[in-house]
Design a binder for this molecule. Structure first.
Ligand code: ADP
Ligand code: MG
Length: 260
């Protein structure tokens, strides 16, 4: 079996907020095509890691390479163009807009927003739209064929599970190399959570080279979908390994599960 290529490589990533060290010298690699679980108690630095990686916050120290490209000082836009897309811990949808519009706003890398283009080159605009529509629908189909028949319906009418699916499609429309999911199951029932995890596994089947980092509290999800897990506590990595390895680690049990 050939070794998988490292897609994301983080060295000494540190983020301070005044006196608080939210991320402390974090080293972490993610291989192409892997799903990595990021765990840790509330306030342990998980979301901060996503925010630093995606250029929302600056690095206080350390660096990150994506597919060999140094993205440490990239703006949020440049990180996105380099191939990292994300969803947010709190849902961010334009509820009055259609499913299609909500997905296409995610594609600011490719959308042609020039007024001249859209006003005067109507046939090119129509062709562009047709292509974007087909691509968005194919993506939605991976999650739910029924949803792919509702591309022009307002998102406000969809249940939480479908909204989460749409948010993930919005991140995937840019064809990223790395997808960051911040607590995608927040606010969903156990059933819905498991359905969404099935969806994520189908996405992986569909795009085997895509790597995913998922922050998730539900341990059964971590067990089911991850190849590797990294556990943070007070911004520091306290353990990494397979799900089996991390759940049996005494430090993790103490910090995260409150056992022992
Ligand atoms: P998690 O996602 O693991 O629950 P966070 O990354 O959101 O944790 O937060 C880690 C720590 O950093 C917390 O103590 C939090 O209060 C702090 N923090 C996060 N963002 C900011 C910010 N913008 N300003 C100040 N402190 C912050
Ligand atoms: Mg968080």
């Amino acid at each position: 079996m050939s070794e998988k290529d490292v897609l994301l490589s983080c060295e000494g990533v540190t983020r301070r907020f005044g006196g608080l060290v939210a991320l402390d010298d974090l080293n972490l690699d993610v291989n192409q095509g892997d799903i990595m679980g990021l765990l840790g108690p509330n306030g342990s630095g998980k979301t901060t890691f996503f925010n630093v990686l995606t250029g929302i916050y600056d690095f206080s120290d350390g660096r990150a390479l994506l597919d060999g490209e140094d993205i440490t000082w990239h703006s949020a836009q440049a990180v996105y163009r380099a191939g990292i897309a994300r969803t947010f811990q709190r849902s961010r949808m334009c509820l009055s807009l259609s499913l299609l519009d909500n997905i296409l706003v995610g594609d600011h890398k490719r959308l042609n927003l020039g007024l001249g283009f859209n006003l005067f080159r109507r046939s090119a605009f129509a062709r562009d739209f047709e292509q974007n529509f087909e691509q968005a629908r194919d993506l939605v189909k991976v999650f739910s064929p029924a949803l792919a028949d509702c591309m022009f319906d307002a998102v406000s009418g969809f249940p939480m599970l479908d909204r989460r699916r749409i948010e993930i499609c919005r991140a995937l429309i840019s064809q990223p190399k790395l997808l960051l999911l911040d607590e995608p199951s927040a606010g969903m029932t156990h059933e819905e959570t498991h359905q969404l995890m099935d969806d994520i596994l189908s996405v992986r089947e569909h795009t085997p080279e895509l790597a995913i980092i998922i922050i998730e509290h539900e341990m059964s999800v971590m067990e089911r979908i991850t190849e590797h897990c990294t556990v943070l506590n007070f911004g520091k990595k306290i353990c990494e390994g397979s799900y089996e390895e991390i759940v049996h680690n005494p430090q993790v049990r103490e910090a995260y599960l409150g056992i022992e």
